[in-house]
Design a binder for this molecule. Structure first.
Ligand SMILES: [Zn+2]
Length: 257
């Protein structure tokens, strides 16, 4: 156990103030595998992160595809930016995660993936206005559109992306993929599952016709109902997805904000 004045807390230790780090690397790894099971894998690309108790970040490292990530492939970055896990290399787009955490104190976890349907849909330009399916409802208050197709791999682009994201729960990146954020891994991951499905529904509908946005009154009703139960829905989606891959859901719930 750490005490004030001692070295920063590491995974599996308790920070000053009693904030538990146990399971943070396992939670990031579980989120990666949940996303892979949802079809969000893209070779060895895409990554997930969670804020650590001391203000640093746990983030998937370079190497395996999302489907094969274990806690051993989750890097720890200290609040000073130093890599604390020798032998692991960071993805270039780790900058994207830092940019979001710097701007959004409410965010405890970030997902960035390149699902086939999302990458395809984002070649078409910003999505048409309106909400088209129930899975889009959690993003009805705003889904950011990031028009720069380059990698978000440096501090300037990361800051620009974070400004584009603003206070939204997620973003679509041109010809690239998606980003979702949440208070913890459960929320960020559940939102990524919902956004992937929502975009897939739009794409499937557009292939055969002209989808209609939800009528305002119906959207208002769904928004109110979903927001009232938002936390429970996020946790339920996460727990079910974890059960589907035989993982412990508890590692991703209740991260530090
Ligand atoms: Zn990317």
């Amino acid at each position: 156990m750490s005490v004030p004045g001692s070295a920063p807390p590491r995974n599996g230790t308790v920070a000053p103030g009693g904030i538990l780090n146990v399971g943070r690397t396992a939670g990031v790894a579980t989120a990666c595998r949940v996303l892979a099971a949802d079809g969000q894998d893209h070779f060895c690309f895409g990554h997930v992160s969670a804020r650590s108790a001391d203000g640093g970040v746990f983030v998937k490292a370079v190497g395996p595809s999302l489907a094969r990530v274990t806690a051993a492939e989750v890097a720890e970055i200290g609040p000073d930016g130093a890599l604390r896990t020798p032998g692991l290399r960071l993805h270039e787009e780790t900058a994207l995660h830092h940019g979001i955490y710097a701007r959004r104190p409410d965010v405890g976890a970030v997902v960035h993936t390149h699902p086939l349907a999302v990458q395809s849909a984002t070649t078409l330009g910003p999505p048409a206005g309106g909400v088209y399916s129930q899975d889009e409802v959690p993003f009805a208050a705003g889904l950011a559109w990031y028009d720069d197709p380059a990698l978000v791999a440096d501090p300037a682009r990361a800051a620009a992306f974070a400004a584009c994201l603003g206070g939204a729960r997620g973003a679509l990146l041109r010809a690239h993929g998606l980003v979702t954020v949440g208070a913890d891994l459960a929320e960020a991951t559940a939102l990524a599952l919902l956004l992937h499905r929502a975009v897939s529904v739009r794409l499937a509908a557009m292939a055969v016709g002209s989808p209609r946005p939800l009528p305002p009154a119906a959207l208002d009703g769904l928004w109110s109902a979903f927001e009232a139960g938002h936390r429970g829905r996020m946790t339920a989606i996460w727990a079910d997805a974890c059960a589907g891959i035989g993982a412990d859901a508890g590692d991703g719930i209740g991260e530090v904000r």
